[in-house]
Design a protein around this ligand. Structure first.
Ligand code: GTR
Length: 359
């Protein structure tokens, strides 16, 4: 009896705490818990029991810390080794930290879904506007990255490779509600944050998780599922990311398109919503609202029709109602198409300078 009463009390207080953050539309019972459960069960899938606290988790240095030739930053390289009931595996993470920083610095953690050597070159011979490490460091942040492929490959393996191998026995069929690859990559972001918590030069309470396109959807889901991320930057995320489903943006990607090519990014049950977007009880602005009261920055491209910039903007505007200070949510639209570059980074860095550094 006492236990039942305690559970009731706890659920009332948790619900009201979340309700204050997420009341956007007075339709049904829109608490953070309801929204997260919906997106877990219907979109991104459930992680297997224990995956968020792997029984084996260690951080192995793969090289000595190195002062880079520009003398302005130090590179740290580790391999995150993890194990679950079905096996062990690992993935590399690289961090650049401002040299000689006085005290721990805030950081940007990029979920890199593009060619890693070209966009995140650990030697810094190749520079890319997709991940402007030197500028991030010059503005007082650490620049950390990992490659999506090293956590789970970005093709349809039936979700049997990478992190999936450690937590699930391979079977002939995927279970309908189990996690897809976006959830696996978001899991990778959380494990990278586990490592950052052990790095004295980094302030792990001020880490922004950032991604573009499929990486943008992942950055959003990472921040929703892991409240330790103090900020998230959701760039060009489109369908299943920041784009509102309830708007008629005919030329934009819909669930029918995305599951045709990328079913493995989601739980199998996501296919049940094909051509039924408007029947979904929750829309993407509610997913964005689950980031409150932390920092959120959403970016679009004016010509990125497939991602539906108008839908990304509208969702962000609606989501703002979940913040007591709506200025903590930033929205911008760069001129041009599908990409993340200098203009976007400038917005994200400025937002972080204004809030993440000061909070
Ligand atoms: C597209 C996909 C989008 C987006 C993009 C990307 O083909 O339809 O949802 O995620 O890939 O990641 O570049």
């Amino acid at each position: 009896m006492r236990i039942i009463l305690l559970c009731l009390l706890l659920s009332v207080s948790v619900t009201s705490a979340f309700a204050a953050e997420t009341e956007i539309r007075p339709i049904g019972k829109r608490t953070r818990g309801n929204i997260v459960s919906f997106f877990t069960d219907n979109v991104f899938g459930k992680r297997p029991e224990g995956a968020d606290h792997p029984p084996l988790l260690k951080f192995e240095k793969t090289a000595e810390d190195k002062l880079m030739p520009d003398g302005k930053m130090v590179r740290k390289e580790v391999r995150i080794v993890y194990g679950g009931p079905c096996g062990t595996n690992s993935f590399p993470v690289v961090a650049f930290i401002p040299a000689g920083a006085k005290g721990p610095v805030p950081a940007f953690l990029l979920i890199c879904n593009r060619d890693y050597a070209k966009n995140c070159d650990p030697e810094r011979n190749q520079k890319s506007p997709f991940f402007p490490v030197e500028e991030i460091v010059a503005r007082g942040f650490a620049a950390v990255s990992f490659h999506t492929w090293s956590v789970a490959p970005d093709y349809n393996t039936g979700n049997t490779k990478g992190v999936f191998e450690a937590f699930e026995k391979p079977g002939p069929y995927r279970k309908p509600k189990l996690w897809g690859t976006i959830s696996a990559w978001a899991w990778g972001a959380s494990r990278a944050l586990d490592w950052l918590e052990t790095v004295p030069e980094i302030d792990a309470k001020r880490v922004a998780v950032i991604g573009h396109s499929r990486g943008g959807k992942t950055a959003l889901w990472a921040a929703v599922t892991d409240k330790r991320f103090a900020m998230t930057c959701v760039n060009g995320s489109g369908c299943s990311g920041a784009k509102l489903n309830h708007m008629d943006l005919e030329k934009s990607e819909h669930i029918a398109h995305i599951v045709r090519t990328f079913q493995y990014w989601f739980c199998l049950d996501y296919t049940l919503w094909v051509n039924r977007e408007k029947e979904m009880p929750y829309d993407q602005h509610e997913l964005l609202s689950c980031v409150a009261p932390r920092l959120l920055a959403v970016g679009s491209g004016s010509k990125d029709v497939w991602a539906g910039p108008a839908g990304e903007q509208k969702a962000t505007e609606l989501a703002r109602a979940a913040w007591s200070d709506p200025e903590r949510v930033s929205y911008h639209c760069h001129k041009g198409g599908h990409g993340m570059g200098a203009d976007d980074w400038n917005v994200y860095l400025s937002h972080a300078e204004k809030y993440l550094k000061q909070d």
